[in-house]
Each structure stands twice: as structure tokens, then as C-alpha cells.
Design a protein around this ligand. Sequence first.
Ligand SMILES: Nc1ncnc2c1ncn2[C@@H]1O[C@H](COP(=O)(O)OP(=O)(O)OP(=O)(O)O)[C@@H](O)[C@H]1O
Length: 256
Amino acid sequence: MSHHIVEVRGLEYAYPDGTPAVRGMSFCIHHGEAVAVVGANGAGKSTLLRHLNGYLSPAKGLVRIGDFPLSKATLPDVRRTVGMVFQDPDDQLFMPTVFDDVAFGPLNLRLPPAEVETRVMAALAQVEAEHLRDRPPYKLSGGEKRAVAIASVLSMSPDILVMDEPTTGLDPRARRRLIELLRGFHHTKIIATHDLDLVLDLCERTIVLHEGQVVADGPTAEIFSDDHLLAHSHLEKPLRMQGCPNCGPNRIEPPI
Ligand SMILES: Nc1ncnc2c1ncn2[C@@H]1O[C@H](COP(=O)(O)OP(=O)(O)OP(=O)(O)O)[C@@H](O)[C@H]1O
């Protein structure tokens, strides 16, 4: 197996209407890394992430997941390896009940029913959503939908977790719970987000995108200390680095 679990080389993509969204991105991610992908609205974060599980195919360039160069033939292997939490949970939830949605992946793996039930309940417990198991997903609140969407990925035990804006719509307690949960997930994590405080908490490495290109890739602390880079990329420092009295290191966090 390649020592890189994710390799992106010369990736280019324009949407069918001609909008160029990814304009030559290259990077490698190693096993076990936690990597943030940040950038202003429209920088290309979601478009990049959609290539990592084969939802989009590169117009040019290469995406490799472990041993598998992304192609139609390798799609099932790639999807088994990469668990993708989409930006909009409605893109992910389509079954009549929460249980069915979280069971969908494990059932596709043809696991025995008892194993499926165990995985579903464990995944729902991880996001504190066991009580939602029999509810129709379309009747849930935004934050509940997001929790269930995350459970539907965790139930597949992916090697790589790819998340697009995972904290959107979560209340502060649910956000903190998610951060704790992700801290305990020791596989590779790739998180696109505007929540730069979450990045400080979770990701030792940050990739900065601007207008469809990688403009910086390095240790998170260095990236967030580079005022020129942040201004050029239309980003602001995490609240914790802005000296905000309510968000700083001395803030007293209520127990989870
Ligand atoms: N379905 C689509 N059709 C045409 N253009 C699109 C489509 N989706 C995104 N784009 C365009 O592609 C570019 C990159 O969009 P993308 O959604 O990847 O950015 P992003 O960094 O995820 O933004 P945000 O932070 O707002 O979610 C933007 O110019 C956007 O307008």
C-alpha cells in the first residue's frame, strides 16, 4: 500500500455550466493525519471534498485513495474507505427512518442483521441520537439531521473521515460533543470548515484554498499566525487567537 492514504495531483474541475472550481490542486495526506481545508466562500472546498469519495470525477489530474486511483472500477473500494459527511444532511438522508438510514451502509456490506443492529445503535450512541431511531429523518431539526448524517458514516467504520462543515447548525453543546467524538477518531480526518476554532482543536495541519488553488499547506499554528496569508485568503483568525475574553484560553467551559 502507498504510504499516502490520500494523494491529489494536478486536480482540475469545472462544473457543467463552465464555472472553474478547482484549478490545479496537489497535496498528499498520510495515515492518521487530521487535516483542515479552509478558505472563503466559493474557494473550492466542497468541490475538492466531493472528489475524495468519487462523487465528482476529475476533469484533469489524479485522486488516489490508498492503493486505488479513483475511477469507476475502484469506486466501491473508495467508498468503503472514505466516509463522507456532506455539507447538507438532506443530501445524505433518504430512508423512511433514522435507523434505516444508519443501517443502509452496513446492510450494503451484507453484514448479518445482528451486526447491523449493533453498528447502528453504537453509531447513534456516539452522536447521542439513539432516541431518534424510529423518526423520519425529514422531520428532524437541522442539528439532529446532522448528527444522524454523521452516524450514518460512522456505522461504516471508515478508514478516512471526510466532513464538509460538520458543525453548521449544531448548538454549542452538540458542537463540543462532536469535537470530543472526532478527537477519539484516530483514523485520517479531512475537515472543510469555516469554524477555525474547531480547526485549532482538532487539526495539526491546515490546507488553505483560494479561488480553486492551494495557497498554503502546513502546521495549523503557523498558518493562523500568518496575517498576510489570512488577509489574502479572506480568512480571520480563530476567535481564541483574537484575544476575545469570552473565547480565550481562560474561558471556563461547562462540562459536556
Ligand atoms: N453545482 C454547481 N454548479 C456550478 N458552479 C458551482 C456548483 N457548485 C459550486 N459551484 C461553484 O464552484 C466554486 C467553488 O464552490 P465550492 O462549493 O466548492 O466552494 P466552497 O469553498 O465549498 O464554498 P462555501 O464555503 O461557500 O461552502 C464557486 O465558484 C461556486 O459558485
